[in-house]
Design a protein around this ligand. Structure first.
Ligand code: 5GP
Ligand code: ZN
Length: 110
């Protein structure tokens, strides 16, 4: 999608260091963190949101949770507190599916 901010980040049109990267996913820190650690896990494919998921995305969803587990370990969150949040509807501001990994002290709602 030409004007999608996350597609631009994925295409590296906006410089950003990825915390995790694979053929299907990227992860990078949220620009406006809601917790001590706030990482966005984003499929390279432009999927609008939860409502656009179907059976064909089963493997991708497994990969997302594998990436979450890697990021939990690399940020030493396994014995701390962490949450994975996916916003939808009016709670979702960027219309490209993404998973928030929130770790440590919360500052505000995502
Ligand atoms: P949503 O409300 O859609 O679930 O979350 C969108 C998230 O993307 C917000 O937490 C917001 O801070 C983050 N965000 C929006 N634009 C950018 C950006 O250009 N770079 C990064 N790293 N995060 C962004
Ligand atoms: Zn996009």
């Amino acid at each position: 999608m030409d004007d999608c901010i996350f597609c631009k980040i994925i295409r590296k049109e906006i410089p950003k260091e990825f915390s995790f990267e694979s053929d299907t996913l990227v992860a990078f820190p949220d620009i406006n963190p809601s917790a001590d650690i706030h990482i966005l896990i984003v499929p390279r494919e432009h999927i609008g949101g939860i409502a656009d998921l179907n059976e064909s995305h089963g493997k991708l969803l497994t990969e997302i949770y594998k990436a979450v587990n890697q990021l939990v370990k690399s940020n030493n969150l396994q014995d701390d507190l962490y949450r994975v949040v996916v916003n939808g509807g009016k709670a979702q501001h960027v219309p490209h599916l993404h998973f928030h990994l929130l770790g440590g002290q919360w500052k505000k709602m995502v």
